[in-house]
Ligand binder design. Structure first.
Ligand code: DX5
Ligand code: ZN
Length: 221
């Protein structure tokens, strides 16, 4: 019985009221703030960077911030996110020229390090760095946008990732990102995930006019 953590993705939050949105999901019981960084190069969309992460810290957010870097190259932004107060920093192995170096860079800044796997990216990238990761993030959609449908083949991949983590005997979080909803989260948990990113399910349709929306979704998870 591992502990389950909920990580709302602020990608679907109202950016004009970001501090308030984050406060509200954390008050509703969320555990981690999932922070999607897109560069219009590695992925076809452009979002937020280290200045916004720093602003959330200045606003008073003390919960772990999980910076999901969908950027290429990654190394310079790793330093910026360490300085900006990120807790976890994850990156896509295809976007780093030197994966081992990037992982070491994250850890040397006192952050937890993770690798992110796109739906078609093999888990074999873990083979020689299992001792340097604190998190494995499996994408269950192609990265770039919120609100896409969960790709079912990810369930088998979760089982394989769970086997690798158990065999390593190490304390590594297994995070899932993309299309997580109230009606599929139990199945995803059974396949081995312990950390659940949810963007549109939390911040999307239904929140307007319902002051208890965040509480009801997070409780339903
Ligand atoms: C997609 C992002 C996700 C996204 C998930 O590239 O990494 O974190 O916000 O959004 P939903 O939960 O709507 O699929
Ligand atoms: Zn993400």
């Amino acid at each position: 019985n591992r502990d389950f953590l909920i990580a709302p993705s602020i990608l679907s939050a109202d950016f004009a009221r970001l501090g308030e949105e984050v406060d509200r999901v954390l008050a509703a019981g969320a555990d981690i703030v999932h922070f999607d960084v897109m560069d219009n190069h590695y992925v076809p969309n452009l979002t937020i960077g280290p200045m916004v992460c720093e602003a959330l810290r200045k606003h008073g957010v003390t919960a772990p911030i999980d910076a999901h870097l969908m950027v290429k190259p990654v190394d310079r932004l790793i330093g910026d996110f360490i300085d900006a107060g990120a807790s976890y920093i994850t990156f896509h192995p295809e976007a780093s020229e030197h994966i081992d170096r990037s992982l070491q860079l994250i850890r040397s800044g006192g952050c937890k390090a993770g690798l992110v796997f796109n739906p078609a990216t093999p888990l074999s990238y873990l083979d020689y760095v299992m001792d340097k990761v604190d998190m494995i993030l499996l994408m269950s959609v192609n990265p770039g946008f919120g609100g896409q449908a969960f790709i079912p083949g990810t369930l088998d991949k979760l089982r394989e990732a769970r086997r690798r983590i158990d065999a390593s005997g190490r304390d590594i979080r297994l995070e899932i990102d993309g299309g997580v909803k109230v009606d599929n989260i139990a199945e995803i948990a059974r396949a081995g995930a312990d950390t659940f990113v949810a963007g549109s399910a939390v911040f999307g349709a239904g929140r307007d006019g319902d002051p208890n929306h965040y509480d009801s979704v997070i409780r339903a998870f």
